[in-house]
Design a protein around this ligand. Structure first.
Ligand code: MN
Length: 301
């Protein structure tokens, strides 16, 4: 029975026994809708823009770069997708605009440091050189305004220490629903041939769980390596999953990507670090909505 509105029960607000409060929606990252006022940072870190692919959110990235200035810009790998370049090249005006915005920063006096990733590993041969004012380095140490030492690297080298296959990361909701239908067909076929039942959906369910596991194992591996290097924190990209949290004795910072989440890590004049999400809330939400979406947001790292 519904309670009368004017005599609220004293128990109306109390939780039923055993019930738990739902955790608040994840909103750790500062959303910045398009059209936001220009902002000045001490440092900007961004990675995994995958220029040269259709997936690159170049319009948003060009908009972000035009409205956010900084003393130092770190391009933390997978900026240009050289793997895609070998297969089929995709380029548009917005991607040209991204390059123009980076070069404009160089002209304005921003120090631009490019730390190549695995998709742009062809640039690793040129570490120690500068092109158009952009310094290419294998990895580097960034000193924050408050004196913390942050190791900056793309992070693909930590794939090797993780046992889970990377293709698992492709799995999302859609794939799972399709798999369920496939599963029915598959079991029908197997039955017709007198083969024992084997559940594809159960297999995939486990695979998705492994993808989540993959992320946390990756984060731990990076943090542990940073700890061994005796730095205060580590900035990486690669798994397209923005994050900022303490793991063990170090601060683990992942600047995310510009294929799905459109995030960047920024540092202000006092050394405060923050992850900016440069998209409209509706566009940004799926990436944070839930566990299933978390996997869906992943792209081959
Ligand atoms: Mn990568």
């Amino acid at each position: 029975m519904a309670e009368t509105a004017w005599t609220p029960s004293p128990y109306a607000r109390s939780e039923p026994k055993g019930a738990r409060l739902k955790p608040p929606p994840r909103s750790r990252f500062t959303p910045h809708p398009v059209g936001h006022a220009p902002r000045r940072h001490r440092t900007i870190f961004l990675s995994d823009t995958h220029l040269g692919t259709r997936g690159c959110k170049a319009e948003l990235l060009a908009d972000f770069l035009s409205k956010n200035s900084c003393d130092t810009l770190y391009l933390v790998g997978d900026i240009v997708d050289g793997w895609q370049l070998k297969r089929r090249w995709y380029w548009n005006a917005a991607q040209t605009q991204v390059v123009a915005e980076v070069l404009r920063k160089v002209d304005e006096g921003t120090r631009v440091i490019y730390v190549p990733g695995n998709h742009d590993e062809f640039l690793r041969e040129y570490c120690g050189r500068s092109y158009a004012g952009v310094e290419v380095v294998r990895e580097t140490i960034h000193m924050t305004a408050d004196g913390r030492r942050l190791l900056v690297l793309h992070g693909d080298q930590f794939d090797g220490v993780i046992a889970y296959a990377r293709w698992l990361a492709h799995l999302g909701d859609w794939a799972y629903c399709t798999a369920l239908r496939l599963n029915d067909m598959l079991s029908f076929v197997r039955r017709s041939f007198g083969m024992p039942y084997w559940s594809l959906s159960a297999y995939l369910k486990k695979a998705v769980k492994n993808a989540v596991e993959y992320i946390s194992r990756y984060e731990t591996a990076v943090a542990r390596a940073a700890e061994e290097r005796q730095v205060d924190g580590v900035v990486c990209g690669h798994i397209h999953q923005a994050e900022m949290r303490r793991i063990g004795g170090v601060l683990y910072l992942n600047d995310g990507d510009w294929v799905e989440s459109c995030t960047a890590l920024v540092e202000d004049a006092r050394g405060n670090l923050e992850i900016l999400r440069w998209a409209t809330p509706t566009a940004a939400q799926p990436a944070l909505a839930g566990t299933a979406a978390r996997e869906a947001a992943l792209i081959p790292a």
